[in-house]
Structure formats: C-alpha cells, structure tokens
Design a protein around this ligand. Structure first.
Ligand code: 5RP
Length: 219
C-alpha cells in the first residue's frame, strides 16, 4: 500500500471518533471518504445524507439508509476530503466533481470535518490544483471567457456531467490569495452554479494524516 493510501485510511479512522450512534451523518465524496465508508458499519448510525450519487450507492450497498437533506434538518457533522487545504482550513474541493452537493451538505451541517493526507496541505490555494467550477451547460463559453479575463485558464472537463446535469471548468492560474473574495466573485458570474473554493464556510476540524500519525487542527 502507498504512503498516501495509508494516510487516507488513518485520517478516516480518526474521523470515526466524531461519529455517534444514532446520528444522521453527512458523507462526502472521494477516495478518502471511501476509506471512511468502509469503516461505517462499526457504528450504528441512523442514516446518511450523501454528497453524490457515487457515495449514495456505496452507502446503500452497506445497507445504510439514505436520508434526503430536505428532511434531515441541520446535520451534526459532515465528513469529507479535499483537494487542497491552507492554514485557515479553507479548501479547494471538486476534484471528483461533486462540489455543489458537497457545499450544500457542508453548509447544512454544524461541523465540517475534513480528512486529508499530507499531500493536500498548501500555503496558497489554487497554485497547483485547478479550481473546479460547476457551470450550466449553456453558459460554458461565456463563463470561460469571464475567467480568462480574470487571468485564469479554464479547461472544460470533457466527458464529465455532474449529478445535476452540468459541466465543470477546471480553472488553472486563478488568483486564490484571498479565498473568501474569489469565492464570491466566482459565485457572481452568471451561469456559475457553484465553485470549488470552500472559504466562507471552511472546515471546522482538519484531520491531517502524515507518516507519523494524524494531526488534529481546529478552526
Ligand atoms: C470530490 C472532492 C473530494 O473530496 C476531493 O477530490 C478529494 O478526493 P480524494 O479523497 O479522492 O483525494 O471534493 O468532489
């Protein structure tokens, strides 16, 4: 097993400590979350709100009840991974294309617990990992032109359609030095459904796994 995979598993195991029997859990998407899902049968949760179709299917396969967020009220916790995280626990997410549903479930939760391996920690967001932006299909070119005007380089994620039937522009060279401001600017472009900067509503707890164990950082 690679170091990275071992770290994902360690972070997932640490996240298990936050889950209580009988709770309705918000569950993210991605390979780190998949490690958590494998461990979920250890705790008898009442159900889960899934952040993607893929996660939903994995949870159903374990006979975990899927709860519609509209009927779940405010969730105690949402657990997910990230593509990048900075020292303020602000994130880039959406590598798996589930950013919109992830942002909704995170916003509807009291606590966002983020699990990362060591490779995800950065000083400044967006220097290496492109910011995924979910866009209505008809607005793809228009939004791309707005991003180019901002000095960024959007790349259409070909062959990928989100759970909501939209497309993704993976956006390189975007200036994310002020994450809260850029998140807002992106939200204001007509045709943008959601962007992968999680700054206004960042993680509350970061479980950062390295080769020497899992470090817990709080906001
Ligand atoms: C999916 C996400 C994931 O959390 C992010 O891509 C991290 O994935 P992984 O755990 O596979 O590294 O935002 O949309």
């Amino acid at each position: 097993m690679s170091d990275q995979q071992a770290q994902k598993q360690a972070a997932a195991k640490a996240a298990l400590n936050y889950i209580e029997e009988g709770m309705i859990l918000g569950v993210g998407t991605g390979s780190t979350v998949n490690c958590l899902i494998e461990l979920l049968p250890e705790i008898k949760i009442a159900g889960a709100v899934a952040s993607s179709q893929v996660t939903e299917e994995k949870l159903r396969a374990l006979n975990i009840d899927i709860v519609d967020l509209n009927f779940a009220g405010t969730l105690d916790i949402y657990i997910d991974g990230a593509d990048e995280v900075n020292a303020q626990l602000q994130l880039i997410k959406g590598g798996g294309g589930a950013l919109t549903r992830e942002k909704i479930v995170a916003a509807a939760s009291n606590k966002f617990i983020c699990m990362v391996d060591a490779s995800k920690s950065v000083d400044i967001l967006g220097r290496e990992f492109p910011v995924p932006i979910e866009v209505l299909p008809q607005a793809r070119s228009y939004v791309a032109r707005q991003l180019v005007q901002m000095g960024a380089e959007p790349v259409y994620r070909e062959g990928f359609v989100t759970d909501y039937g939209n497309v993704i522009l993976d956006t390189y060279d975007l200036d994310v030095s002020n994450p809260i401001a850029v998140e807002q600017v992106l939200n204001n472009i007509v045709g943008v459904v959601c962007n992968g900067v999680f700054a206004a509503n960042q993680a509350d707890v970061l479980l950062k796994a390295g080769n020497n164990g899992v470090e817990t950082l709080m906001r």
